[in-house]
Ligand binder design. Sequence first.
Ligand SMILES: Nc1nc2c(ncn2[C@@H]2O[C@H](COP(=O)(O)OP(=O)(O)OP(=O)(O)O)[C@@H](O)[C@H]2O)c(=O)[nH]1
Ligand SMILES: [Mg+2]
Length: 377
Amino acid sequence: MVETKDDIVICPVIDNQFPPVVKIVGVGGCGGNVVQHVYESGLKEVTFAVCNTDRKALRDSSVPVKVQLGDGLGAGGDPEAGLRIAEKCSEDIYQLFEDAPEMAFITAGLGKGTGTGAGPFVAQTAKSRGILTVGFVCLPPDIEGEQKMKLALEGLEQMRKNTDAVVVVDTQRVFDLYDDLSIENAFDKADDIMADAAKAMVDIVTKSGRMTIDMADVRTALRNGGDVVMAYGKASGEHRIAEAMSNALNSPLLLQPKLSGAKDMLLNVMTSKQNALYTWELNEIKNILRNKQGVDSSTNLILGYMLDEGLGDELSVTIVATGLSPVIREHVSLDWEERTSPKSALPKHEHVAFQGLGDMSEEDMMWPAYDRLNHRK
Ligand SMILES: Nc1nc2c(ncn2[C@@H]2O[C@H](COP(=O)(O)OP(=O)(O)OP(=O)(O)O)[C@@H](O)[C@H]2O)c(=O)[nH]1
Ligand SMILES: [Mg+2]
């Protein structure tokens, strides 16, 4: 354990008897918030750390490992300053990965100084140590303006260069889907979505079951996988497969119209032991992927079925696909009239949360939200 001059504690070596499977590092304000969410959910075989140029944010975090970057007064919204400060702390950042995890998740909000500038540097450090490195990043909502989006996209490019795979959350999509939330709660929602994606990936590599997806499978899928498309959904009851798949395919995480053409796809289904998966249910999942999503034998499908007692009567489906091109917005829309219109451009979250079929046909529910819009026009 090392005391820094600014009394933020750095303790890079946790317990090196058993290296953690995953280390999750949050960089900057948003990155730190996401890590806080995941940390509070109490995952096993995972270690956590936050890095920030903002000393106050570090003080407020209950994540046990903290690295203060620079003098603790922030990066002033400037990614170049964020990068410069991180470079000066390269030794501390290197030490962070001393416990030799198999995978590192680097979370950051893109568009300002620390996450955008220092995030890719932290990722590069993990990758240079031979660790399978995945970025979980979010793009700023339109309300933050064109300049932030420009910085965010440059940061995304740096993230792509310095990771094996990147999961992108478009905060504006979250705002559109949950447009009756306060800004505070909408950002929290975006945090939750990134945290759920990270947790779902942690489950894949840490949980065991009848059909386990092992680390080698994950490496095959993600090593130099580029942009990763993730979808995650849960449901219980008689129609749990159709509903869980529908929730997954309507996830704000899905930034492209279809899963067809994916190079590799990890498909992980989890239930509790009492509510085990039936073989016909697995077929139903495969049929939805084939018939509604156009996924064919050209995709290397790696299937997992694992047990999680915490799920109770729910079933969860996680899809991690590579080789697709997510539709990343390059421009913000400042069409405020459209944004404030009661007929918002995207379906509302009642539909996403799947309260029965509502006013949508079953056929409708099988379209990803992104595609459904075009489909309905
Ligand atoms: N999901 C989510 N996004 C956030 C949150 N806070 C900020 N953001 C987004 O993330 C982007 C970066 O913001 P921060 O993470 O606060 O910035 P930073 O990386 O700490 O950078 P500096 O403060 O300039 O050093 C912003 O443009 C927002 O769009 C949050 O709590 N949750
Ligand atoms: Mg900050």
